[in-house]
Design a protein around this ligand. Sequence first.
Ligand code: UT7
Length: 329
Amino acid sequence: MNTNFILRGFGHHAPERVMTNADLERFVDTSDEWITTRTGIKERHIVAEGEASSDLGLEAARNALAKAGLAASDLTHIVFATFTPDFIIPSSACVLQEKLGISGQFCVDVQAACSGFLYAMETARGLLALNPQAKVLVVAAEVVTSRVNWEDRSTCVLFGDAAGAAVLTAGDAAETPRVVDIMLGADGSLGELLTVRGGGSAIPYKLGEAVGEEYFVQFQGREVFKHAVRHMSAISQTLLAKHGMTTADVDVLIPHQANWRIIDAVGRKLEIPQERVFANVERYGNTSAASVPVAISEALDMGVIKPGNRVLVPTFGGGFTWGAMLLQF
Ligand code: UT7
């Protein structure tokens, strides 16, 4: 495969409302001290009533298109990563397409939980390899709070809502910024450790019946923590080795933003010093698939990522799914 995958623009968006740890203290048996020391999270954005994933995705997409200097009508494909779609049918990609005022394009949703953005980027690479003239919009948008049990303090303090987007085209070998490579993996035998079980075909909704805890995010925190650190570090090493590189060649590490302790542990395992690790989990919480594109987009806006930088992006999520992406700016 000789195609080069050019990053035309990144964008992100978060809903206006901010919920601080102090706000949570008012209705959950928790404390700012516990949340801060265990997770590094201080606040998260929460959608307004009626605001859905496609609404967040729309703002992120507009932002990415503006940075790319492209119009929505230039797009040929939309790949939308989410585990909190607006609806089961139509897909969020189709809803977003309509909101962008365009029609006719290829539209699909991708679900790989927190690894969704990397799986969507890999889908985009496949589409570009098949259609070198394509202009692909990759969006990751989540209203995680729609699947949060606000009575479960061990999960509800961790999550937030946001969206990130990227526009990709094919280009010349020398062109930057580009996707150098992506590697992905999964292990379905560990799926039970992180779930939203209700509302699918295995545990369908029943008319008139109340929903139980299984309709919301549930996980075994310590197990998830352990596997997340192990897989994000291992796949990062494998990806770098494939390209004859080591972590010394990485200018900025942007891991999935689930918990500062996980981010820090991945950085330590990879022996990448903290000053080369970018984290915004403090202000967003875990926004699932959106976390990585939001962080990349913010790091670009803040000038943390500079031209010439090599950026390593490992991710981990339910399934289990994991991956690593190497970007050359
Ligand atoms: O993208 C993947 C999504 N999943 C994750 O990101 C989860 C990954 N795991 C984690 O981030 C960590 O395991 C947690 C932050 C979830 C928990 O940290 P921990 O150090 O593993 O704590 P723990 O689960 O062992 O809980 C310790 C204590 C328990 O009390 P006891 O049994 O020791 O008395 C919990 O009941 O902390 C208690 N606890 C809380 N206390 C105050 C749990 N949640 C809270 C809370 N506020 N929100």
